[in-house]
Design a protein around this ligand. Structure first.
Ligand code: NAX
Ligand code: ADP
Ligand code: K
Length: 487
């Protein structure tokens, strides 16, 4: 788990350490990583230095690489007189070391590495045509790129591409990690992320959010003297006509992740009597499921019929942990009375797992508005509904009503296939049924879901054609490995 900082916090930390020549440290760290990547000092480097302190970092790195005998070409896009003081000093030191500056990337140059120091956390608006063209030129060079602090063009807060953004193979982030590296378009641009704290001890400083990059709190190993009643019972309500699979997938995932019993209530007028592939599932009349279950999932394939609406009305006032997904969220958006019932639920007893489309419906805004600031959106929903929110997608955001938030780093584009969200619901419900507190179950469930897909990828399964059923099986193996310390 790594802390994530917002812009105001990073600016405050910079101010507190103004006298410590952080740019020299940043440039030296960058040159060190670049040397490692280059391996031989005969290899040459193209350094892009922009108009602010990110450009200053790049100029310091250029100076150190030149001193280590690397041929270095510097493209400088700013103006000496407009540079902030530290960057101006770095500019002067580069020239004093015999370095030269180009205004554009030389046409026939050959380099083994690019260092991107065009923009860091100071990028404040979409890039104009000149910078867009420069960035596109770098991206077509086909070279490894080391981005300083953040790939230029990426918004550090939201992970949005502001016009164009560098596709880095490595990103060396300074002081602390930024949320934009890990959600939306960030993961497609950052490559391998490194952190250099520049020698600062900022542990006492407030953090904005937390990156989940390893298994959070795990359940305890099972007592030998346990029985099915010790591990809770999950009830899944959904599966209207043509959408039976969604509820079955959620139910199977709950079973595979350790719920003692799983009851599945299908709204379809021709409900299955048996899941032949998973005969352990108890398919019951939907009306009987809530009373049988210690934890409820409602929504996968629920539809928007009057029966679906009635079920939601019936279960929301029940004081058991609940996962709301898919059509339950759409019904919620359409029916203010349901929203009132949701807000009346006990604190910490509900999780909503919208994908961006469902989040947009809940907030009556567009998908683009949701994605423009995923963290803000998730926090808004958490506050408005007084529930834990999982805003799914690349870099899922978990937001709590008290204002805390997390970004999940696990997962891959193989998960962009139908049924993955149903499996996530089942996983979270199973952890809840086994008595994990809501916050821990959600954090572990989301991380485990992505890590299970990553483990499959590591075995050559996917991303193309990865299925939600495989993810559930893989999650079972992984959870057991984590809890019982197996390889
Ligand atoms: N200030 C400090 O104490 C430290 C800063 N560091 C580096 O400095 C970076 C931040 O430096 P700055 O605050 O100077 O910001 P940047 O260097 O990221 O960029 C700011 C400059 O870009 C211009 N700009 C912003 N958006 C633009 C756009 N769309 N088109 C054209 N120009 C645009 C601004 O007018 C300004 O000149 C960090 O990311 C990090 O790399 C590090 O050296 C560590 C210490
Ligand atoms: N590109 C991706 N990277 C990481 N996780 C992803 C990606 N695409 C999808 N996922 C994950 O897969 C799941 C998809 O859920 P959802 O869209 O609700 O699917 P469905 O509607 O089919 O159930 C979510 O947990 C989401 O975070
Ligand atoms: K940069």
């Amino acid at each position: 788990m790594h802390p994530l900082y917002d812009l105001a916090q990073l600016r405050e930390i910079e101010q507190q350490h103004l006298a410590e020549n952080l740019m020299e440290k940043a440039g030296l760290a960058a040159a060190g990583l670049a040397s490692k990547l280059l391996q031989s000092h005969e290899y040459s480097v193209l350094v892009l230095a922009g108009p602010g302190n990110n450009g200053g970092d790049a100029l310091v790195a250029a100076r150190h690489l030149k001193a280590a005998w690397h041929p270095v070409t510097v493209v400088f896009t700013g103006q000496r007189e407009a540079l902030p003081p530290d960057a101006a000093a770095a500019y002067d030191a580069w020239l004093a070391a015999g370095g030269e500056l180009c205004a554009e990337i030389p046409a026939h140059g050959h380099w083994q590495l690019v260092i991107d120091g065009l923009f860091g956390i100071g990028l404040s608006r979409p890039l104009g045509s000149r910078y867009r063209a420069l960035i596109e030129q770098v991206n077509t060079l086909g070279l490894p790129v080391l981005a300083l602090d953040i790939p230029s063009g990426l918004c550090m807060t939201t992970g949005r591409v502001l016009g164009a953004a560098i596709h880095a193979s490595h990103t060396l982030s300074f002081i602390g990690l930024k949320p934009g590296l890990f959600t939306l378009d960030g993961p497609d641009h950052v490559g391998e992320v490194h952190l250099d704290a520049l020698g600062l001890d900022i542990q006492h400083h407030d953090v904005a959010g937390v990156l989940i990059d390893q298994p959070p709190a795990l359940p305890c190993p099972r007592r030998r003297n346990s029985h099915k009643g010790s591990h809770g019972s999950v009830g899944v309500i959904g599966g209207a006509d043509y959408m039976v699979g969604a509820a079955i997938l959620a139910s199977r995932a709950a079973l595979l992740l350790g719920a003692g019993r799983v009851y599945c209530g299908l709204l379809s007028p021709q409900p299955l009597a048996l899941d032949t592939a998973q005969a352990e599932l108890m398919l019951r009349d939907v009306a009987s499921v809530p009373a049988l279950s210690s934890v409820l999932v409602i929504g996968p394939g629920l539809g928007n019929s009057s029966a679906a609406l009635a079920m939601l009305h019936e279960v929301l006032p029940q004081a058991k942990p609940m996962v709301l997904d898919a059509d339950a969220l759409n019904l919620l958006a359409d029916h203010p009375e349901l929203q009132t019932k949701l807000r009346q639920r006990a604190p910490g007893s509900t999780v909503l797992t919208p994908h961006p489309g469902e989040a947009a419906t809940l907030l009556a805004c567009s998908n683009a508005e949701v994605q423009a600031d995923r963290i803000a959106t998730a926090l808004k929903l958490a506050h408005s509904y007084q529930a834990i929110i999982v805003l799914k997608g690349c870099g899922s955001i978990i937001a709590l009503p008290d204002g805390r938030w997390f970004i999940n780093q696990s997962g891959n584009p193989g998960m962009a296939s139908a049924g993955m969200g149903d499996t996530l619901c089942g996983i979270i419900a199973a952890l809840l049924a086994q008595a994990m507190p809501m916050e821990q179950a959600v954090l572990l469930g989301v991380y485990l879901h992505g890590a299970a897909a990553d483990a499959l990828l590591g075995r050559g399964i996917g991303p193309i054609g990865l299925t939600a059923s495989e993810v559930a099986m893989s999650a079972r193996a992984l959870l057991n490995a984590w809890v019982y310390g197996r390889e």
